[in-house]
Design a protein around this ligand. Structure first.
Ligand code: AMP
Ligand code: ZN
Ligand code: ZN
Length: 421
């Protein structure tokens, strides 16, 4: 609140210096609201889902602001690696969350559903935007973004909520709306919201199923509650809203499943993960036979030694990446034989991601509206490592070392004055 007064003083001085005889108008009694950023992730929302009648709120935000043709997820196109990339600007190979399921020689095993692992800072090897903002003295409030439960670098968001699937999308949105409409003295400069509903239904029913379309409408309406709350209090002009997804979703047929044990036997290698990106660590004495069996092209997947993975994936240097990585073709998945045997065909997932991040089905959403963004601007596709430096720019803080750049956004940003914190 000090800065507006400084600005008025500067204006007065300038008018005086210009020899202007008009008396500057008295300072407004309601200073402009401090600038805030709201980051929202709709897990598993494909870029192709926009503009099809199911996303009136998101489409209106895109009209009011900026929409990218699509955003490229990082490899692997899975939830935790990409969410941490979005808030750190580092590729998974560099921030340590190299998969949803991984092993580390000293830390042990990591799984998305393992709360203790999620809260263990040793897994999260990069500075998230809430730390960058916090170090600059800004307030943050983070709803269940992967990593928010860990004291990374010994720091926490100012406020944070753990992942709670029982809290529905609308209630989460209401919490974020409540944060963002607090008085300026406590209102977060940065809020983030994670919503998994579209991903969950997309997996179960497939990306084009009516149920998935209904989930998209439901989440769109939930985001609308935040927009409305800001509108009702005249806060849209001081709040940038950035909506992203982590990856898209590809359809899967029930007969497109392979047993992991048919790839390499349990005696040969430990399979570190299941799904679409399967890492194998050969057991001692079985290195040669595992390599012979796995490496190269197979009917529905291809395997590489970690050091030989395609360069465009920027993956394979981190010690947590298993020695051999197998990438499944679009629509195909690997599961443990026992799980395949006990799951009726009609209960197998009909949608998956984790495929080659260059596939159109994996394309993610990026749109943004608010005082920093030009109206109705369109951006060509870019990599999701660029989101963290953008957030830092919107907040007026210096980003940590990262793999992205805010330069791609230069054509769509307004010449907004630096935020008055
Ligand atoms: P996936 O589809 O395998 O990449 O994982 C995404 C799923 O993980 C989401 O649909 C959520 O159900 C779940 N999930 C997301 N965040 C968390 C979390 N912090 N703790 C536990 N599960 C989570
Ligand atoms: Zn996801
Ligand atoms: Zn998913």
């Amino acid at each position: 609140m000090r800065l507006p007064l400084v600005r008025v003083t500067v204006l007065a001085v300038l008018l005086w210096a210009a020899g202007c005889t008009t008396t500057p108008s008295a300072p407004s009694t309601t200073p402009p609201a401090p600038h805030s950023v709201v980051l929202i992730s709709v897990d598993g929302l494909p870029a192709s889902a926009l503009g099809r009648g199911n996303t009136p709120v998101l489409d209106a935000l895109a009209r009011d602001g900026v929409r990218a043709d699509w955003m490229n997820p990082s490899y692997p196109a899975l939830t935790f690696p990409n969410h941490f990339t979005l808030v750190t600007g580092l590729r998974p190979d560099r921030h340590g969350i190299i998969h949803n399921s991984m092993r580390d020689e000293t830390v042990g095993g990591f799984k998305v559903a393992d709360k203790a692992a999620g809260a263990d800072a040793r897994w999260w090897q990069a500075e998230p935007i809430w730390n960058t903002a916090g170090k600059a003295g800004l307030r943050t409030a983070i709803w269940a973004w992967p990593g928010n439960a860990a004291p990374i670098e010994g720091l926490r968001p100012t406020r944070w909520k753990p992942y709670s699937p029982e809290i529905d999308s609308a209630a989460r949105a209401d919490q974020v709306a409540a944060w963002m409409t607090e008085p300026p003295a406590t209102r977060p400069h940065l809020a983030a919201l994670y919503i998994e509903r579209v991903d969950n239904v997309g997996h179960e029913k497939g990306p084009e199923a009516p149920e998935t379309q209904a989930a998209i409408r439901e989440v769109d309406a939930a985001i609308g509650r935040i927009v409305q709350a800001l509108d009702a209090r005249g806060l849209r002009a001081s709040t940038d809203i950035v909506v992203v997804s982590d990856h898209g979703m590809a359809p899967v047929q029930p007969d497109q499943y392979i047993a992991i044990e048919d790839m390499a036997t349990i005696e040969q290698a430990e399979a570190v993960s299941t799904g679409q990106v399967i890492g194998f660590n050969p057991r001692a004495g079985h290195e040669a036979s595992t390599a012979q069996r796995l490496l190269g092209r197979h009917d529905h997947y291809e395997c590489w030694r970690k050091q030989d993975l395609p360069a465009r994936w920027h993956y394979g240097v981190h010690p947590r990446v298993p020695a051999i990585v197998c990438q499944f073709d679009e629509g195909w998945n690997a599961l443990p034989a026992e799980q395949l045997a006990r799951t009726p065909k009609d209960r197998l997932n009909r949608g998956s991601h984790g495929y080659d991040n260059a596939l159109p089905s994996m394309r993610a959403v990026f749109l943004a509206a608010g005082p920093s963004f030009r109206r109705g601007a369109r951006l060509p596709a870019f990599d999701n490592v660029d989101v963290y430096p953008l957030l830092a720019k919107l907040l007026g803080v210096t980003p940590a070392r990262n793999d992205g750049s805010a330069d791609v956004f230069a054509p769509v940003l307004t010449p907004r004055t630096p935020p008055a914190h």
